[in-house]
Design a protein. Sequence first.
Lengths: 375, 265, 395
Amino acid sequence: MEKKTLRGLLLAGGGVASAGFMFWLAAGGLRDGHLIRFLPQIIALMALTVVLLVMGVFAFLPDSSLDDDDTHGAKPDYKHSYAIFGVVGAALLLAIVARQVVVPETFGEFGFYRGSAAVEARQKDPRHVGKKTCIECHSDVGEAHDKDLHSTVQCESCHGPGGKHAEAGGMEAMLKPTRGKEFREMCMTCHLKQAARPRDFAQIRWDDHVKAVGARDPNVDCKSCHDPHEPLYLDGDIRTAREHPMVERRFLADPSHEDIQASLSAGVKPSECAFCHQTLVTDFANRTHSRQTCTNCHAFIKETETFGRMIKNRNPQLCLRCHSGGAHRAEDAAAPSVMWPDHATSKGVSEEKARCIDCHQDHIHGKRKGPHANG
Amino acid sequence: MQTGKDWSRRDFVSLLAAGSGLILIELGALSATQLEALAESGVDTSEAKPEGGAPGYNWEQHYWGYVVDVTKCIGCCACMRACRAENDVPSDYARTWVERYQVMPDGHVIIDTAKGDDHIFDEGNPEAVAGFFVPKLCNHCEATPCTQVCPVGAAYYTKDGVSLVDPKRCMGCGYCVQACPYGSRFMNPMTHVADKCTLCYHRITKGDVPACVASCPREARIFGDLRDPESKISKLLASRGHQVLKPGAGTKPKCYYIGLDREVK
Amino acid sequence: MNYILPNEAHTVWTIMIVLYPYITGLVAGAFILSSLYHVFGRKELKPVARFSLVAAFAFLLFASVPLLFHLGHPERAFNIMITPHFSSAMAGFGFIYSTYLIVVALEIWFVFRGDFIRRARGPGLIGLLCRLIVLGNLEETDGSRAADHKISNFLAAWGIPHACLLHGYVGFLFGSIKANIWWSTPLMFVIFIFSAIVSGIALLITGYMTLVWLKRWEVDQPCMRTMGSFLWGFMIFAVGLELLEVLFLAYQQTEHWTVLSKLITQQLVVSYVLLQLVVFSMVPFLLLASVVLFKVGDKLRNNLTWIASAMLLVQVLLMRWNVVVGGQLLSKSDHGFTTFHLEVGGREGLIVATGIMLAPFVVMWVFNKIVPIFPDMAAKPVSGAAPYVIRPPAR
C-alpha cells in the first residue's frame, strides 16, 4: 500500500475513533441529563474529528492542476501552513477553555437552563394579599361583604393591590374610588350592558337605569343607592332582593322616611316589600287581590312586554294570565274570566288602548297617594 | 518550523498524533473530574429541588394547570388590571388579556380587546345580538415551541409545569416571541428581554393562586394542581367537556377552555 | 374587522433581521461562485475568483452586526456559544458563523499568500501588517505555492456545504416556525440557499461591471457569459421555488387561506406581487434569457446582464423583506394584520442599515490597498496603443 494511502487511512481512522468517543460521551451525557456539562469536550472532539478526517481525505486528493503556471509541476510543500493551522487550533482550544470558565454554575442542573433562575423566579414578594388579609383589620366590612352578591369581587379589584398597605398602613398605597362620575365608571366596568355579557348578569345602560329608578339627578353616583360592599343588601333570598335593589343602610336612619321607621320598629325585615311600602301593603291587604304576593306581578327579571315593570307598561296580558278564558287560566276558579278583546271592545275601548288598570284600579292598589305616587 | 529545519509530512503526522493524544488525555481527565464533582455534590435529578425561593415547596409534587370558563366571563378585566399591578406589565403589552366577541345579525363576529391601561370595555356595537368574552394567557404548553427555539437556554419549562424566562440569560433575540402560536410572549421595552405570563410563580409556590385567578369575581378562571385528583381543576376536567386553543399546533396546552366557540382561534 | 392580539401591536424583528439573511446570502453566493472556479474548474471565472472571495469575506465580517444592533442585550451575544440550545436553529449561528469566518479567512490567507509576502517585503505599516499576517514566514517556493493551491481548493470545497449551512439554517429558522403561516414551509431552506446564490452572483456581476466602468478595464467576455448563464439558471430555480410555495398555498386553501390571500393581495401587493414577483423577477428573467439564448453583441450583453443583476440584487432584498416583515404582519388571531414601522434613525433604523451595507465596500477598498484584488486586469486599449497590463513580478 502506498505511504500516502496508509497515512490517509490512519488519519481518517483517528477521525472515526474520536467521533466514536464523542458520541459515547454525548450518549452518556444525554442519558444522565448532564449533556451540557460535557459540551466543551464534545465540541473539542468534534473539531478533532473534523481535522483528522479532513487530513485523511486530503491525503487522497490529487494535486490540483488548475494553477499550474506558477508551480511548474512541483509537489506541494506544507510546512509553511503548520503555523497558521496551529494559530487557529490554539484559538479554538482557548475558546473551549474560556467557555468552561464563564458558563454559569447551575446551568444544566434541571434541564437546559440556569438552575438558579427557577429559584429566583419564586423570590418576588406578592403584591396582592387577598381578602383574607384585608379582613384581619377590616373585619366589619368583610362580614357585610361576605353576605351579599359582591362577595366574589376581591377587595383589591377596586382598592388596588394591598401588599404595601398590609405591611405599613396608610392610604398612599391604596386606591379609593372617588365620587360622582368616576365612581360610576368603576361600577360600569362590570355592569355596563352589552350584548357580549351573559344574560343572567346584572347590567344596565345608565340613562335607562336612571329613568327606571326615578332618580332626579342624572349624575347621581351608584353609591347613593348601592353600598359597594353590599350592593343588594341581601337579607332574604336573592330573587326578592334582585327585584328591587335595596337602599343603603343610611336611608334607614332617615327620619323623613316614615314608612321605613315604622317597619323598623315593627320588626319587619328590610328585604320585605313592606319594609318601605308599609302603607301600600297594609292597604293592599283589604283589596280583592290580597292573596297575591307582590312578586306575582312585580317580577323585575326581564324587561319585556309582559314581564318587567308592570306599573309602567300596564299591559293587559299580565292580567289575562289569570283572567282569560283560555287553557292557562288560574286554577283558582274564583278568578273571574273574560274574553279578550271582547271585554274591552264591548265597552267601547279599542284593543290597542285598553288597559285593565284604567277601570279596575280599586282591585289592585287603589288611588295611590304619597311621595312615590305616579298617578 | 521555518527556514533550516526540514519538516516532512511524517513529522507533522507524529506531531498531530502526539497532540491528539494529549488532547484526548486532557478531555478524559476533564470528564472524569466532572463526573467526580457530580457524584460529590449529590445532585440527583430525580429528587432535586432547588433551595431557596419558597421554603417547604417541592416542585416534584405539583403540576399546575388552568381552566377558563368562557360562559362565566363578563369582561370586567379585573384580571388584566390585577396582573398588570402584580407583575409590572408595561403599557401596550399584556401577559393576560380578555377578548370580546360580538355576534352581528348576519352572523359575522367582531373581535376586540379593551384599550388603555385600565382595560374597560365600552358598550360595544349597538347592533350586536349576542357575544361572549374569552380570557387568554400563556398556555404553559407541555410541548412548548418557545423553549424549543430559544438559542441560549433562557426559556425553560419547570418541573411543576410552568414555562418561564430567565431574565438574566435572555439576550433579547425575539425568536421565542415569533414561535409562540398564541401571541402570549412579548419583548419587554424596559428590560429588553422576553416576557410572559409566569402563572405568578412567586405566588403559586407559596400556596396562593395567580393574581388573575384571585381577582376574577365570576370564577371564570380556575387554577389548580393537575397532579392532585381531588383538586377542583382535576374534578372539573373530569366532568366537563373542554377544549384547547389551536389543538392542531401540537403544543399540548395546559390551559383548558370550557365553552369555547369555534370563532376563537 | 381587523383584530390583532394585544402583544402584536409592536413587531419584534426589524430591518436588521431583513439585512442579516441578505448579507449571509451575498456571502454564500459570492463564495460559491469562487468555489466554482477553485473546485469545479470553471477557468473562465478566474478573473472574478479572487474578487468573489474578498467580497464574501468583507460581507461576512459584517454579517453579525445587524444582529448585534437588534439584540436586547448584545453584551450577552456570546451566550449563544456558551450555552447553545441545539433544538433551536438560531443556536447554530454561533458555531457555523465563527467557523465559516475562519474557513474564509484561511482561504484568503492561502490564495493571497503570494501577494501578502510581496507586500511584507515592503516598508511601513502595511509591510508590518503583512509580515504579521504571514506569521513572519516570507519563504515562497513552487512547492509552497502548490500546497497553497491544494489547501485553498480544499477549503473552497469544504466551504460550499458550510456556506449552504450558514445561509440555509436561516431559511430553516423561518420555515420551521409553525406559529407563522407565512413562514412555515419545508421549502424555505432551499429557497433561501438558491436566492442567496442569485444575490451573490448578481453582486459580483454588478461589482465587476462597476469597476470595469470606473477603471476603464477590458471586460472578460467568457467570464461575463458564464456568470450570466449561472445567474439565469439559479434565478429560474429560486423564483420557481418561491412561486411553487405560494402556488401550493393558493391551491390547498387551508383555513388560513382567508387571511393569507388578504396578506398577498392587500398588505403585500406592492412589495411582493408587483415588485418582487413581477417587475424584479420577470424583467431580469427576460433580460438574461435574451443574452443566454440569443446571439447578442458583447456591449449589449454586458449592459443587459448588468441591469438584470442590479435588479436581482433588489429582488432578493425584497424577498427577505417580504418574508421577515410580511410574516410579522399576520396576526396570530387569524383575523387581521398589524403594521410595520420602518425606523429611519435609531438603533435599528434605515441609516444604520445603510451604513452596514456600505461598510463591506470600505473593507474591500482597504483590502485592495494592501493586496490587489485584480492583479491581471488590463485597461481598455486606447487609440491602438498596447494594453497596459499589471502583472505580478516573475520569480
